[in-house]
Design a protein around this ligand. Structure first.
Ligand code: GRF
Length: 208
């Protein structure tokens, strides 16, 4: 029975597109994207879902007075859709514990750095690459991890590194990491999960 996947988005949806394209190539074994849920009504990611014939939903952060209230609304929608795997792809709202409680070790997030570097509260989008360049690292990349109660702190599933080049700007580095790391890692991790090939052992994830 194919696992039912929901992708949570907030913006451009390039990671969602990578998942849609991978699914189209038959690379998401054992799972199917059943829904896209956006925290913003005008996220281009919703257009991408529509073009792919995937039902889109808006759970607008502006309609709720707290992250907790929004999280509860999302959990209810995801349960109604009988979702087995929640994928955060450029999702910009911090989810409260209720989401992790509802989907233990069944929420994957893509972070545009090699965790534990350049992660945690306030470290998202372009800020991540600004910090990496300011620090002077020679390598950066992306991480797919299970979502736990600690922001960007869950067990790491996959990582991929790229070189940081002398004249990189945050935008150039972000693009390289998206193209060479994020858009490759996320579909791989989703497919492994749907094949029941990810075993969480404490802080580490064994790939079967
Ligand atoms: C990107 O910076 C990505 O690294 C992070 O969210 C941002 C937007 O992603 N996960 P997307 O294009 O909306 O997938």
């Amino acid at each position: 029975m194919a696992k039912r996947i929901a992708v949570l988005v907030s913006g451009g949806g390039t990671n969602l597109q990578a998942l849609i394209d991978a699914q189209g190539r038959g690379e998401i074994t054992g799972g199917r994207i059943e829904a896209v849920l956006s925290s913003s009504p005008d996220a281009y990611a919703l257009e991408r879902a529509k073009n792919a014939g995937i039902p889109g939903y808006v759970v607008n952060r502006a309609d709720y007075d707290s992250n907790k209230a929004m999280t509860l609304a999302l959990v209810e929608q995801l349960k109604e859709l009988r979702i087995d795997l929640v994928v955060l792809a450029g999702f910009m709202t911090i989810l409260t514990d209720e989401m992790v409680d509802a989907f233990p070790n069944a929420i994957l997030n893509i972070h545009p750095a090699l965790i534990p570097s350049f992660c945690g509260p306030g470290c998202y989008g372009l800020h991540v690459h600004e910090k990496a360049l300011a620090y002077g690292v020679k390598l950066s990349g992306a991480t797919v991890h299970f979502v736990s109660a600690e922001c960007d702190g869950g067990p790491i599933v996959l990582q991929k590194a790229v070189e940081v080049l002398p004249d990189d700007t945050p935008e150039v580095l972000q693009r390289r990491i998206m193209e060479q790391c994020e858009w490759k890692l996320l579909p791989q991790a989703v497919s492994l999960f749907c094949q029941d090939r990810l075993r969480v052992e404490g802080r580490t994830v064994r790939i079967l």
